[in-house]
Unconditional design. Structure first.
Lengths: 110, 205
């Protein structure tokens, strides 16, 4: 009786492993399918863009993208210059005074 | 070993084996997807590179137009800020000169005499007419003959005062030679000739 129970359990466990292997195969196969679809889509899009480019169309997207990037870069450039202007305006009083003195010295006759 | 222990052992082993199978599959699936993502990236960057060779000059033009404009505007901002600083320096200098001229005094009178002397030397004639503002006319009336002797020329003070913060305009009798030696004239001349030295003093060059 006991032996029968053990054998029955052994068979259930065997089934569990068979199902696990099936599940594993399904997972890998789904991943492979997804991967194939990703690559196919990328190739299709790539070919579409090449064809459009060869016909001289479809460049607007690239130009728009480049413009977007350039606008971002330009904003950074402008910010850098603004910082420099701020720095320029922080002239210490003694430098300002010394420049004024230089001017007066030049204006007045020796 | 009891049958219960045997069962428990079998179950543990089976569960462990199942988990290992699933875990291995997960790793394999993730590797497959990762490879696919890399391949997708490679395809995209290949086509980008290819397209860039076709439209490179247009893209550069877009970039240069926008970023170049920002650089130009930025340089203009810097230039304007420097000019503002110079304006401030010259405004302060003008205020100080005005205050000095308004105050008058021996030092200022000495300066006016030097300005007349410099003008007389530049004109190089014996008879000269000196024009100055109302305040300077006052002290020049008293000192002009003495200054004439000092300089060895005949100086005549123009009764009609000129609009200036200080300094003089000197001319010969026929007004064919005029030497503008007012303070604002000299200030303006310094602005033209010494701007870079002033900027250097400010440390903005």
């Amino acid at each position: 009786m006991e032996m029968e129970r053990i054998l029955s359990m052994g068979s259930r466990l065997q089934k569990l492993l068979i199902e696990a292997k099936a599940e594993a195969e399904r997972m890998v196969s789904e991943a492979q399918k997804e991967a194939d679809e990703m690559i196919d889509a990328a190739r299709t899009e790539s070919n579409r863009r090449r064809m459009r480019a060869q016909r001289g169309t479809g460049l607007e997207e690239m130009l728009a993208e480049e413009e977007k990037k350039a606008v971002k870069e330009a904003a950074k450039v402008a910010k850098d210059y603004e910082k420099q202007v701020e720095e320029l305006r922080k002239i210490p009083a003694e430098k300002m005074e010394s420049a004024v003195e230089l001017v007066i010295k030049e204006v007045l006759p020796e | 070993m009891s049958s219960i222990e045997l069962e428990a052992g079998l179950i543990d082993k089976a569960v462990e084996e199942r988990n290992a199978i699933i875990s291995k599959a997960e790793v394999r699936a993730e590797r497959i997807l990762e490879n696919a993502r890399q391949e997708e990236e490679r395809i995209n960057s290949d086509v980008d590179r290819h397209l860039r060779t076709i439209v490179g000059s247009e893209l550069r033009a877009v970039h240069d137009r926008i970023v170049g404009r920002a650089n130009l505007d930025g340089r203009k901002m810097i230039m304007e800020a420097k000019m503002e600083l110079l304006d401030t320096v010259f405004e302060y200098a003008q205020e100080k000169l005005e205050a000095m001229a308004k105050k008058g005094g021996a030092d200022y009178q000495e300066i006016v005499k030097k300005l007349i002397s410099e003008a007389a030397e530049a004109i190089g004639e014996d008879e000269l007419i000196v024009s100055s503002n109302k305040a300077d006319n006052g002290f020049l009336k008293k000192t002009i003959s003495e200054l004439s002797k000092e300089l060895g020329v005949s100086l005549r003070l123009d009764d009609k005062p000129i609009e200036t913060m200080g300094g003089v305009i000197v001319k010969n009798q026929r007004s064919t030679k005029v030497y503008y030696n007012t303070l604002e004239g000299r200030l303006s001349k310094v602005r033209g000739s010494k701007a870079s030295e002033v900027a250097e003093k400010l440390g903005v060059i």
